[in-house]
Write a protein that binds this ligand. Structure first.
Ligand code: 5RP
Length: 230
């Protein structure tokens, strides 16, 4: 898929930012690694400096598999007290560094690893930069028993929530739960929205990353990688 009005393909922009993220990796340390097609580019780039790092804490089974296949040791989040940096993609990012994430269904582990990291470096192509979060269907990880209730709560907010399906059945996350994707929302106060939805019974994680926002965004554009700091 190519980015609208972009000379470089979306894939090429993802490669650019994946490479650019290497300079945020601290030699001798363990790096936090997110999930998704942009992060896959980062993981491939990280393999070129694998002898300079101790390893990674991963946010998904998919990233763990890719890291291990490239010979990068993977540590459990619980084995490591604090990470200097977490590198991950986003489905949307705004001018404050607030994000929507979870397009790859890994939002819960992503938020956990982000929370144990001092710095969140978001890598994204320019199509992900938005004024207001909410155009991308908002992923929410939900305990299956609560799905119907959560869908009704989003409807009361003006949103339309649907269970994410895979091969004709509800997708099951790495944590054994389901995802609902919510359209029709305009998230004007991401901090308040995240706090509210996180309190709903049965919600495991809402895909708004405002309390765990990005500190830096490496944005892939036709003019090169732009560094946004928040
Ligand atoms: C996975 C995520 C990803 O970071 C997000 O979906 C962006 O993915 P991609 O880099 O493939 O566009 O949150 O849960």
């Amino acid at each position: 898929m190519s980015t609208t009005n972009s000379v470089l393909s979306q894939d090429a922009l993802k490669t650019l930012v994946g490479l650019a993220a290497l300079k945020y990796v601290v030699p001798g340390e363990i790096v936090g690694v997110g999930t998704g097609s942009t992060v896959n580019k980062f993981i491939d780039a990280l393999a070129t400096m694998k002898d300079q790092i101790k390893g990674a804490v991963s946010s998904s089974e998919a990233s763990t598999e890719r890291l291990k296949a490239l010979g990068i040791p993977v540590f459990d989040a619980g084995e490591v007290a604090e990470l200097s940096v977490y590198i991950d993609g986003a489905d949307e990012i705004d001018s404050h560094g607030f994000m929507v994430k979870g397009g790859g269904a890994a939002l819960t582990r992503e938020k956990i690893v982000a929370a144990q990291s001092r710095r969140f470096v978001c890598i994204a192509d320019a199509s992900k930069l938005v004024q207001t979060l909410g155009k991308f269907p908002l992923p929410v990880e939900v305990i299956p028993m609560a799905t119907t209730r959560v869908i009704r709560q989003f409807a009361a907010m003006g949103g339309t929530a649907q269970v994410r399906m895979k091969n004709g059945a509800p997708l099951v996350t790495d944590n054994g739960q389901h995802i609902v994707d919510v359209t029709g929302l305009s998230i004007v106060d991401p901090l308040a929205f995240e706090s509210e939805v996180n309190q709903w019974p049965g919600v495991v994680t809402v895909g708004v990353f405002a309390h765990q926002k990005a500190n830096v965004c490496l944005l892939g554009t036709d003019e090169g990688v732009k560094t946004l700091t928040f």
